[in-house]
Write a protein that binds this ligand. Structure first.
Ligand code: GDP
Length: 298
C-alpha cells in the first residue's frame, strides 16, 4: 500500500501534525489557495497542475469557511479525479505471445520492474519469456538473469555488444514456439546518444513485426519518481523515441513526493499500469488513485 511521503503529506505541513485541529475552520481565500499551491508544487506536482487542482477545488467555494478536513477532502477528490482515468493495469490480450517492450533511462528500474511483472504474471498462471535486450551492459544482463531465476522465467541473452534486434527476433521466435503468453523485452537506456537509441528501438520494432505485425502490443516506459519533475522530460523524450503506451512509476516507497504522477496524468494522460514500492519481487502495486490522493494530501 502507498504511504504518505516522508515528512508527511501536504496538509501536515500546512496545518501541523496529522489529526491536529481537523475541525478548525479557515476561510478559503487567495492566501489559503496560494499556500496550497505552494505545497502542491513542493510535492513535485509542477506549477501548471498545482494551479489547475487548486482552481478546481476552489470553484464556487471562495470565501467559504471550511474545516481542515473538508479542504483536505476537496483537494484529494480533485487529485483522484485527475488520476482515475489513467489508473489501468497492463491490458492483457488474447494474442499469444503478447510482446511488451520496456523502455526507460538506465537506473529507472526497468530490470527490477520486468522481474516483478514476470513474477506477477507467473503467479497468474501465465508463461513468460524475457529478452535481455540491453546487450551493451553486461551488468544489466546479469541482473535480469537473477530476476528471471527469482521469478522462474527464462531469460534469453546474447553476447555482449551484439544486435538487440536480432536477440528480440530470436526471443519472439522462442516465445512463439514455446506457446508463451508473454514476451518482455528489456532495452538500452543510454540517452547520451538519442539518435543511436532511436535507431536501436526502431530496429527492434521493425524486426519483431516480421514475426508478428501487431508487436509490440505494449511499450512500457519506466520512470523513477525520485527524479521529480524530470520525469515529464523523460516522457517527452521517449515519446519521440518509441510509441509509449503506458507508464510504470518506480521508487514511490522512498522520499519521492509522488506529485509528479499528477502532473504526468494531467499533461500526457498515459495509463499508469503499476507503481514500484520497494526493491523486492512483490513490491509492485496496482495504481490506486484514491489511496494515492489520500497519501499525497495526508
Ligand atoms: P535499470 O537500469 O532501469 O534496469 O534499473 P534497475 O532495475 O537496475 O534499478 C535501479 C535501482 O533502483 C536498483 O538498485 C533497484 O533495486 C532500485 N529500484 C527499482 N525499483 C525500485 C522501487 O520501486 N523502489 C526502490 N526503493 N528501489 C527500486
Amino acid at each position: 500500500p502507498q504511504e504518505a511521503p516522508a515528512g508527511g503529506g501536504v496538509f501536515s505541513r500546512l496545518f501541523g501534525k496529522r489529526g491536529q485541529a481537523t475541525e478548525m475552520r479557515r476561510a478559503l481565500d487567495d492566501d489559503m489557495l496560494e499556500q496550497l499551491e505552494e505545497l502542491l508544487i513542493t510535492a513535485d506536482m509542477g506549477v501548471e497542475t498545482a494551479l489547475r487542482v487548486t482552481a478546481n477545488m476552489a470553484e464556487g467555494r471562495m470565501g467559504r469557511r471550511l474545516s481542515t478536513r473538508e479542504i483536505k477532502e476537496l483537494l484529494a477528490t480533485e487529485i483522484a479525479r485527475i488520476m482515475e482515468p489513467v489508473a489501468k493495469p497492463l491490458p492483457l490480450y488474447p494474442s499469444k505471445p503478447q510482446v511488451v517492450l520496456v523502455v526507460g533511462v538506465n537506473g529507472s528500474g526497468k530490470t527490477t520492474t520486468i522481474g516483478k511483472l514476470a513474477s506477477q504474471f507467473r503467479a497468474a498462471g501465465k508463461s513468460v519469456v524475457i529478452a535481455a535486450g540491453d546487450t551493451f551492459r553486461a551488468a544489466a544482463v546479469e541482473q535480469l538473469q537473477v530476476w528471471g531465476e527469482r521469478a522462474g522465467v527464462p531469460v534469453l541473452t546474447a553476447p555482449e555488444g551484439s544486435d538487440p534486434a536480432s536477440l528480440a527476433f530470436d526471443a519472439l521466435g522462442k516465445a512463439q514456439s514455446d506457446g508463451a503468453d508473454l514476451l518482455m523485452i528489456d532495452t538500452a537506456g543510454r540517452l547520451q546518444n538519442r539518435a543511436d537509441l532511436m535507431a536501436e528501438l526502431e530496429k527492434i520494432v521493425r524486426v519483431i513485426r516480421k514475426k508478428d505485425p501487431d508487436a509490440p502490443h505494449n511499450t512500457l516506459l519506466v520512470l523513477d519518481a525520485t527524479t521529480g519533475q524530470n520525469a515529464l522530460n523523460q516522457v517527452e523524450t521517449f515519446q519521440k523515441l518509441a510509441d509509449v503506451s503506458g507508464l510504470v512509476m518506480t521508487k514511490l516507497d522512498g522520499t519521492a513526493k509522488g506529485g509528479v504522477l499528477v502532473a504526468l496524468a494531467d499533461r500526457f494522460g498515459l495509463p499508469i499500469h503499476a507503481i514500484g514500492v520497494g526493491e523486492q519481487i512483490d513490491d509492485l502495486a496496482p495504481f490506486d488513485p484514491e489511496e494515492f490522493a489520500a497519501a499525497l494530501t495526508g
